[in-house]
Design a protein around this ligand. Structure first.
Ligand SMILES: Nc1ncnc2c1ncn2[C@@H]1O[C@H](COP(=O)(O)OP(=O)(O)OP(=O)(O)O)[C@@H](O)[C@H]1O
Ligand SMILES: [Mg+2]
Length: 349
């Protein structure tokens, strides 16, 4: 089966061609991503109307590149299914991808499946070269961490997801972005904080890990961001110059506080729900310390662990094509361009 995946939920215009062989082997034939991140950087976050305009401007070019790289000459003859993100995401941005996908499906008479972007992130683990699909055992506990989401999701089978905990306010990626802005580092903040933290001393300015001792599996990040804000304000009031070392120390302390609660709650939830594996996913799964620490914690618990290859941690359409495949396997009857509509607030449960 050959699937054309389309993603425009935020600030990446992405199209991929994916093959699934009869023996279930997955081959990513192309995975083109056109990022708008530099355009939004000056606003410190994604501007929906600007994102939509850029998607509309670029999507044809991204399709041509994806088809060319995959060696697809004729969509009608060579593609079996079209998959497009229909939520969650920015309405104006989602509409562009959906309208484009509908036109392609109508023109080439193809089934069209709407894909949950967050399921796409979870399935990005299946794209790893080393991933052994036959050895997958459920339930899998997923830690899904991105710019808009911080969730623990129990996956009991393909297409069976249960939300067991989530952030009560800011997402962890959003907290990285906000603290990076406070430190004057630029956008997106995650990779910048993570790099700076390598030079920092995390014990110099201890910051709190909100909700780390709460019995549930929820998270909260607005308090941590505020603690960083007050720390900076207090330092400025003492006329201390915020030199690179101080910034690195704050970055290290913030990163430690932000990650510790993720790791501890994931491990506790894995034990409580008798998880057979722990999977990490979402944009923040690019964080090298999180990858290292969660892997070590899962290994210590004796639970198999998976994280996406770095090529698939951020938004991409290969994961959307794959999630579209699983959604279509489960229910092919509704895969029609005539009825697909966006769901900007789509969520688990
Ligand atoms: N190395 C890193 N360390 C920490 N955070 C990171 C790192 N790399 C990226 N991020 C964060 O990941 C987020 C982007 O992830 P992603 O693209 O999946 O989010 P999104 O698609 O905007 O949101 P969602 O997937 O919830 O709709 C940003 O907040 C960014 O700062
Ligand atoms: Mg995302």
């Amino acid at each position: 089966m050959t699937i054309l995946g389309i993603e425009t939920s935020c600030d990446e215009t992405a199209i991929a061609v994916l093959d699934i062989a009869d023996d279930q082997t997955i081959t990513v034939r192309s995975n083109i991503i056109s990022s708008q991140v530099h355009l939004h950087a000056e606003f410190g976050g994604v501007v929906p109307s600007l994102a939509a305009r850029e998607h509309a401007k670029n999507i044809n070019r991204v399709l041509e590149a994806a088809l060319k790289e995959a060696g697809v000459l004729d969509i009608e003859k060579e593609v079996d299914l079209i998959a497009v993100t229909y939520g969650p995401g920015l309405g104006p941005a989602l509409i562009v991808g959906i309208a484009f996908a509908k036109s392609l499906a109508m023109l080439h008479d193809k089934p069209l499946v709407g894909v949950d972007h967050m399921r796409g992130h979870i399935y990005s683990n299946w794209l790893n070269k080393s991933f052994d699909r036959k050895s997958v055992k459920f339930p899998i506990l997923n830690l899904l961490v991105s710019g808009g989401h911080t969730e623990l999701i129990l996956m009991t089978d393909y297409e069976e997801f249960k939300l067991i905990g989530e952030t009560q306010d800011d997402a962890v990626g959003e907290a990285f972005d906000k603290v990076a802005r406070l430190l004057g580092l630029g956008y997106p903040g995650g990779p910048l904080i993570s790099k700076l933290a390598e030079q920092g001393n995390l014990e110099r300015f201890p910051l709190p890990s909100p909700m780390i001792n709460s019995k549930n599996f929820d998270f909260s990040y607005s308090g941590l961001k505020t603690a960083a804000l007050y720390l900076l304000r207090d330092l400025k009031a003492t006329n201390i110059e915020l030199d690179d070392q101080i910034k690195a120390d704050i970055a290290a302390s913030f990163q430690h506080a932000a990650l510790e609660v993720l790791i501890q709650k994931t491990i506790r939830a894995a034990q409580e729900y008798n998880a057979q594996a722990i999977f990490l996913s979402g944009g923040v799964s690019a964080n090298s310390l999180l990858r290292k620490k969660l892997h070590a914690a899962a290994t210590e618990l004796g639970i198999p662990y998976s994280q996406p290859d770095l090529a698939y941690t951020g938004d991409n359409a290969a994961m959307i094509a794959l999630a579209g495949y699983f959604a279509y396997q489960k229910n092919s009857a509704t895969a029609q361009w005539q009825t697909l509509d966006m769901k900007p607030n789509l969520g688990f449960n």
